[in-house]
Write a protein that binds this ligand. Structure first.
Ligand SMILES: [Zn+2]
Length: 481
């Protein structure tokens, strides 16, 4: 059901009058050309979609089911499989054409993870001190009874190199590189994460190359309350873990005073790779079914929490785009494709399988959107698009302005891990740009749970993705690449 034309004219003329009398900031002022490319009917439909998403609790109910009924969804786990089946079923209920597309994914299972300092300066008798830590994905196991060794501390890769094999071999390395909380508080959370996550990604490998027995890093992220942060780490053939920021400080202080010895037990194991699935669901385009617009998030999560902000929210927001369009009986001209990606966290098996199966179609794709930076208030989108494409999207910015979600910031990197192969092939790529100031306090920790999601903010994310998705599916011209 299309929106009434009377209402459309009111909207069109009132906004035109507004534009003449009171100039808007140039970043969001629709140019004559760009405005002309969106019909009054499309502008009205976009406003209706926005308002419907803001009033709907479908998105929240989906996040609640994925996190509380199904739980953590590690690649290869029973919960990941259940989540695949659940999302496929829900999208079928919406009348979409649903396929499960195979992807090979790792199956890594967390075991016991304990640590204690057994010798340190000033120790009272033989009393040990508990260290709060977690294993990183890719970690190998210690002996079942654990290992005991001296801890050597480095604050960055250069310091580790300076220590050299002589001081590192046979020891437990602690790489104590702090996550920059000030950057995060100033709105540069991704920059802060990027700096620190290098140590999670390749710290163990650097330590192993110098003969370390095991590698520990300071948890990546801004978490207080002594929460360890897990995540992917390059396989290095040694046990690899992350201690909490508080414990990293403790060990560093003590090691500066004298020898510190630690007993460490990590018993994860990697099972054989397993076949899992991306859930791919189409709302077929009425005029250009081959021109695909992807709306997506990733279905797998880490196992310490229940993967609410990372990334049940992204999946639910993408599902809501289809739900809203079906509710409003809006059939897009281009195909709207909802994808719940598998294995974003453990190597990108879902992304790679999709690229292998669909790369030849990428030249026809209109755009791909992913939401994978949490569920806080959206400020707009990061976009790997050309300036000319950005010009054509000004009407979308005007629809999202009253939400404060009207920024479109051009990036030179893919704004989503799962859509990166498409972005690389030139497909215009969008990532919902959430307020990330607190995201890395919870992400990959036991505290990534449903209560961290503010329902109103989640609905704003759903509105932003649905408006952008539908605009891309309906606008008259393809985005220039
Ligand atoms: Zn994620």
């Amino acid at each position: 059901m299309r929106i009434s034309t009377a209402l459309t004219f009111i909207l069109l003329f009132s906004s035109a009058a507004f534009a003449q009398n009171k100039p808007q900031p140039s970043a969001t002022r629709p140019t004559a050309n760009a405005q002309a490319s969106f019909s009054p009917q499309l502008m009205q439909e976009l406003a209706t979609i926005r308002d419907a998403a803001l009033a709907d609790d479908y998105t929240y109910r989906q996040v609640a089911h994925l996190t509380e009924n199904i739980g953590p969804r590690m690649s290869g786990s029973a919960q990941a499989q259940k989540a695949v089946e659940y999302v496929a079923e829900e999208l079928k209920k919406l009348g979409l054409e649903v396929r499960l597309e195979e992807a090979r994914v790792p199956h890594w299972v967390r075991g016991i993870e304990t640590g204690e300092l057994v010798e340190y300066p000033g120790q009272a008798g033989g009393t040990p001190q508990k260290i709060v830590l977690t294993a990183l994905g890719g970690s190998t196991a210690t002996p079942v009874e654990g290992l005991t060794a001296e801890v050597v501390v480095a604050h960055n890769f250069d310091e580790l190199k300076t220590l050299g094999r002589e001081k590192v071999a046979g020891k437990i390395v602690l790489l104590n590189f702090p996550f920059d909380k000030q950057k995060a508080a100033a709105g540069l959370a991704l920059d802060a994460y990027g700096e620190a996550v290098e140590y999670r990604g390749s710290g163990a490998k650097a330590a192993a190359e110098l003969g370390a027995l095991a590698s520990l890093i300071r948890s990546v992220g801004g978490a207080d309350y002594r929460l360890p942060h897990t995540g992917w780490s390059q396989a290095a053939g040694i046990p690899a873990g992350a201690v909490t920021a508080e414990d990293a400080d403790l060990i560093s202080h003590l090691a500066a005073e004298g020898p510190v010895r630690m007993h460490l037990t990590l018993t994860p194991h990697r099972m054989p790779d397993i076949t899992s699935y991306n859930v791919v669901a189409d709302l077929k385009g009425s005029e250009h079914p081959e021109q695909v617009v992807i709306v997506s998030g990733h279905l797998d999560s880490w196992d310490l929490g229940t993967g609410a902000i990372d990334d049940a929210a992204g999946v639910a927001v993408a599902m809501e785009t289809a739900h809203i369009l079906q509710q409003l009986h809006l059939q897009p001209k281009r195909t709207m494709r909802v994808i719940a990606w598998m294995d974003e966290e453990n190597g990108g098996g879902g992304r790679d399988a999709y690229a292998k199966a669909h790369a030849l179609e990428f030249p026809n794709y209109m755009a791909a959107i992913e939401s994978d930076l949490g569920a806080a208030h959206p400020l707009g989108f990061d976009a790997k698009v050309t300036p000319a494409a950005l010009d054509l999207l000004k009407p979308v910015q005007s629809v999202l302005q009253n939400l404060g979600a009207n920024i479109i910031k051009i990036t030179n990197y893919s704004p989503g891990a799962d859509i990166s192969t498409m972005a690389k092939a030139g497909v215009p790529a969008f990532g919902v740009k959430q307020d990330g100031r607190t995201y890395f306090n919870y992400h990959h920790t036991a505290a990534d749970t449903l209560d961290k999601i503010v329902p109103r903010e989640l609905r704003e994310n759903a509105a932003a993705m649905a408006v952008m998705g539908y605009a891309l599916a309906e606008m008259p011209q393809l985005l220039p690449r």
